[in-house]
Design a protein around this ligand. Structure first.
Ligand code: IVH
Length: 670
């Protein structure tokens, strides 16, 4: 059979399957028996297995029966569900500890709660007066989907807790997963146990979830007004007493050395466990210290995931393509002969940048060792030179952008005085096709506008069909045309409309992050949004090109200001910004307006005792104040530590600004 005929056959089978899915799941009126249904499904999967070029986002092998429902009610987490930063070796752990000591501005003996990192799907369970009221998925970390009924089908999740010590109001968090042995029978339908757990948890019909043997292990809390429990390890003990399952492998250690020894041992033993584990989680055991350390934008400062070393395999490079990223970075990607690495079929591996290709002398046709760890992109570790074809030519990295033909450059790093390893397209954005597409993908992403139903693949598809060129086009889509596209129906189009409409209401920080200014990540976008306060104010900074004012913000430096200037100097960027600003309903940041430092500004000079600048800043912000980094009329208090900068103290005196010692400042706070 010709490829085109196979594709046609596959498409027909898939359409048939989807028709029956709709009948069963949406209309609740199946027209064929389960057995007949399974037969069609089997045929689709067999075709995919035989012909690897076949794959559709609607493939039954990437979902359970039917794609996970998009129709769950959403609910805001009372305490965000964040992720963990990763460590891969001892150095990473040393840096992790060092950052803690820096933040606390002192070196103290630490104690860690050590827990296996189960590779599943996290869930949050809200209990009030001992009754399980709602269960949610993680969602984007801030908002999850309400999947209470599905979670209730899991036998490890108690519906009611009668223990007299169980808190009156608490969110219990943990991991939903599938045992390796149970996965055996589902193998043909899912890439790995994690996908199987995720797919079955997000079914519209809880009866479907029930069919899959899911498990739940509890490991932390969200909302919890804690009075008695002082340590994470005590909390794990309490969870067990209250009737939850916790891991049998939880431990407590004090030093990085002990962590390393346990990690080495556990890495070997993990294959005997009943479930997949992709690392260990280390959490500072003291809950009081956890509270002091707090969070960065994405993860807690008090915990880290120590990953196990990656799985690897050999394969051959068939081609090297250059991808152009959102900020113009050219990333070489090796296309390789598909190979199964630790249960996942890999057909691409990143080559990072031009320097990496030169250093390893990677060529098309080479046999290479590829490593893959968890959710990290697979990469090439070495070239097997014995297997190199004598005729293989050195790879020549393009000097022009493969997308728009512009010049590319390697920037000079201001600090190291060396050229970057990364080559970049000098084009500012929307006039380079690839950059434009990436910018739109960034705009719709979870942490920016969070438009469900408009995934990366859909953006590419809409781009190809000329439906979008700029982010603002999303708000003026031709839905009639979309309805006629393959894979779209009344339901999916109305879901898309709904989530686009919903995204129009956005907070200033998410919007600033979403427009994709280089060096303005989540954290910086938040700092700028807090400083500017409203889109109107931000707009006036833009129009007056007064970005240097942001240097007042503790945390914003020259790099960010230069980048803002460069971004808004580009006419297209500016026009996209203007159009979006008028289309969207951009709200001011929801700041904590109850603190005693409301509208007060602080500046610190000199060394503080027993507390770092970062912690001092976070204390001010928790009390609704803000920290600035230059002395001017807007400053209310200058806090003076050891060896202050005399010039600042003098300036403050001249302007009549209140000068406080560290103790006086802490007294203000009680
Ligand atoms: S603590 C802010 N503990 O790992 C604290 N997470 O990358 C984050 N996970 O989304 C959660 N085992 O799905 C924690 N013992 C454990 C865990 C664990 C697995 C997962 C969880 C989370 C992800 C963080």
């Amino acid at each position: 059979m010709k490829d085109s005929e196979i594709k046609k056959l596959y498409k027909n089978k898939l359409n048939e399957l989807n028709k029956h899915n709709k009948n069963y799941f949406d209309k609740n009126s199946p027209t064929i028996s389960d057995k007949e249904y399974d037969k069609i499904k089997r045929e689709v999967i067999d075709l995919e297995k035989k012909y690897t070029f076949l794959k559709s986002q609607y493939s039954p092998s990437s979902s359970l029966g039917y794609p996970p429902s998009k129709n769950f009610v959403k609910s805001n987490h009372r305490v965000k569900m964040l992720s963990l930063s990763n460590a891969f070796n001892k150095d990473d752990l040393i840096i992790f500890e060092k950052k803690i000591f820096n933040y606390l501005n002192q070196k103290i003996e630490l104690e860690y709660s050590v827990e296996p990192k189960i590779d599943g799907i996290s869930a949050s369970l809200t209990y009030k007066d001992g009754i399980l009221l709602i269960g949610t998925s993680r969602g984007d970390g801030a908002t999850g989907e309400v999947i209470t009924e599905n979670l209730k089908t899991i036998k490890d999740i108690p519906h009611e807790i009668t223990d007299k010590d169980f808190p009156k109001d608490i969110d219990i968090r943990g991991e939903v997963f599938i045992k390796k042995s149970d996965f055996e029978s589902l193998k043909s339908n899912f890439a790995n146990p994690r996908n199987a757990a995720s797919g079955s948890l997000r079914q519209k019909n809880a009866e479907q979830t029930k069919k899959i043997p899911l498990n739940f292990v509890a490991y932390t809390f969200g909302f919890f007004k804690n009075k008695n429990i002082k340590k994470q390890s005590e909390f794990l003990g309490a969870l067990k007493k209250w009737g939850f399952k916790v891991s049998d492998n939880n431990k407590v250690f004090k030093t990085i050395n002990d962590l390393e020894i346990f990690h080495k041992k556990f890495e070997k033993d993990r294959f005997d466990l009943e479930y997949d584990v992709d690392g260990l989680v280390y959490k500072i055991n003291s809950l009081e210290l956890q509270n002091r350390l707090g969070f960065t934008a994405n993860s807690p400062r008090w915990a880290i995931a120590h990953k196990f070393s990656a799985d690897s395999a050999y394969s051959q490079i068939t081609d090297i393509n250059i991808q152009v990223g959102r900020t113009g970075a050219l990333t070489p990607v090796a296309r390789i002969k598909p190979i199964n690495i630790g249960g996942v079929v890999v057909s691409n591996a990143t080559l990072h940048n031009e320097d990496e290709i030169i250093r390893k002398d990677i060529r098309v046709g080479d046999t290479v060792k590829i490593e893959r760890a968890g959710d990290v992109i697979p990469h090439v570790i070495l070239v097997d030179l014995n297997k190199r074809d004598k005729k293989a030519k050195k790879f020549v990295f393009p000097k022009k952008c493969p997308s728009c033909g512009s010049e590319t450059i390697k920037e000079l790093n201001r600090f190291t005085k060396k050229h970057d390893a990364v080559r970049r397209c000098i084009n500012e954005g929307y006039d380079c096709e690839k950059i434009a597409i990436e910018k739109i993908k960034h705009f719709i992403s979870k942490e920016a506008m969070n438009i469900d139903g408009l995934g990366k693949k859909v953006v590419e598809n809409f781009w190809d069909l000329n439906l979008i060129r700029f982010p603002q086009d999303i708000y003026n889509l031709n839905y009639k045309k979309i309805l006629n596209l393959e894979g779209w129906g009344d339901l999916s189009v109305s879901n898309l409309k709904y989530s686009i409409e919903k995204s129009k209401k956005v907070s200033l920080d998410r919007f600033l992050y979403g427009i994709g200014i280089r060096h303005i990540g989540l954290e910086n976008a938040k700092l700028i949004a807090e400083y500017a306060k409203s889109i109107k104010n931000f707009m006036s900074y833009v129009n007056k090109k007064k970005f240097s004012e942001f240097l007042n913000i503790d945390g914003i430096g020259d790099t960010q200001v230069k980048s803002l200037n460069k971004f808004f100097n580009n006419k297209l960027n500016y026009s996209v910004f203007k159009k979006l600003s008028s289309l969207l309903n951009i709200s001011d940041l929801k700041l904590n307006k109850n603190g005693k430092f409301l509208n007060d500004t602080f500046m610190f000079t000199g060394k503080l005792l027993g507390i770092s600048r970062a912690e001092a800043k976070s204390l001010v912000e928790k009390n609704s104040g803000s920290v600035v980094s230059s002395v001017n009329k807007k400053l209310k208090y200058l806090i003076v530590g050891e060896k202050p900068t005399n010039r600042k103290v003098k300036q403050a005196k001249e302007l009549g600004i209140k000068i406080l010692s560290q103790k006086e400042w802490l007294d203000l706070l009680d």
